[in-house]
Write a protein that binds this ligand. Sequence first.
Ligand code: ADP
Length: 400
Amino acid sequence: MPKVIAVNAGSSSIKYKLFIMPEEKVVCSGLVDRIGHQDGIFKITYNKEEHKEVLPILEHGKGVELILEALKKYHIVEDLSEIKAVGHRVVQGGKYFAKSTIFDENTAAIIEKLIPLDPLHAPAHLLGYHAFKKALPDALELAVFDTAFHQSMAEEDALFPIPYELTEKYDIRRYGAHGTSHQFLAETGRALFLQDVKHPRIISCHIGSGASLCAIKDGKSVATSMGLTPLGGVMMGTRSGDLDPSILDYISTCTGKDVHEIYTILNKKSGLLGVSGLSNDTRDIEEAIKNGNQQAILAGAIFARRIADYIGQYFVRLGGADLIIFSAGIGENSDYFREEILKRVEEALNLKIDYQKNKDLNHQTALISKEDSPIKVAIIKTDEELMIARDLEKTLNGTL
Ligand code: ADP
C-alpha cells in the first residue's frame, strides 16, 4: 500500500494531497501559501479537520519541510520512507512530453528551457522538484504535464497559419492545457456513461477561472481550445480567449502601450472581469445579472456564446458526439451557466436536457440529459490529483 503525494507548486504556493494506492484513498491534503512572506500560511486537512499555522515561509524548501514535518506530527506517516513517489503537476511540457515522465535533472533542464513559454509556473515547478528531491532523495519523482494529453493532435489541429519558418524555429503551436483533467473526464465519462459505445466521441468542457474545451475521440485529444499558452480559446475569468490578432496592434496604436502591457491586459484584465467591470467570479456575475446589471448580462452572454460555439465546432470536428461533459469550478457548480450554454446549442445538436436536474445536481457527478437525448450531457467532478496519483502508481509498477 504505497503512499504517494500529488503536488501542485505555484510561484507562491504548494498544494498537496497524499494518497494510499491502489486504493485511491486520500489520507490528507493541504496548502502552503504566501511563500516568500513572513506571514506564510500552512494548512493540512486530516481526518476531516483543518489545521492552520501562520509563520515565516521564505522559500519553497521551507514549505516542503513543513509538509513533511506535519505528516510525521499527525502520524500520517511514521517514517518518510513510506512515501514512495511524488508527482508534480507541470503546466507546460512543450513538444517534448507526450506522457508523464520521471522528473530528474534531464527533465528539469527541458522545463527550464521552456520558461519563456510559461514564465509564471515553470520556475515554481522546478523549485518544487528540487525541494522534494532534497527532502525525499529516495522517492521517485514524476512530472505530469498539462500539455501531454494534447500531443496526440494532428498538425492541422495544432499549427497556426503563420510563416512556417517561425513555427519551426520557435516551436509555435497549440499546446493546450488542462490535459490531465480532460483525460480524467474522458476516462470517467466513458466508464460511467458510455459502456456500450465502441468509439466514444466526447466534448469535455473544463470551465473554471481558467477554461478550455477538448474534443476527444477514442480516448485521445484531437483538438483543444487553449493555444500556445492558456490565453487562447474561450473567454475566461480574466483572460480574453481567442481574438482578432489585429486588436493588439490597434490597442497599441490607440494607447501607446507596448505588446507586454497589452498581453497583461488580455491575461489579467479581460474576460468576465474586463467586460463586466465587476468581477472574474461567476458567483458575482450571476448575482449582478439577477439585479439587472447590463454589463454583467453582456459578459455572461459572451461567455456562454463562446463556449457554445466551441461545442458546435467540436461536434463537427468529431463527426458527432456521444457525451458532453461539464466540469471544474463553473462547470460543476453553476447551473445558470450550464443552462445558458446548453440553450445555445440544444436546437442544432438536438439535445434533450432535463433543466430541473441541471438545477438540482450541482457539485455532483451525474447525467443532466434526458433518456431520449441522442447526446448525453453530464456533470463530472474533475480530479487532477487523482490522475497524478494513478500515474505515480503505474510508474511504481512499471506499467506507465
Ligand atoms: P481554477 O482555474 O483556479 O482551478 P476553479 O476550477 O476552481 O478554477 O474555478 C473557480 C471559479 O469557479 C470561480 O472563479 C467561480 O467563477 C466559479 N465557481 C465556484 N463555485 C461556484 C458556484 N457555487 N457557483 C458559480 N460559480 C462558481
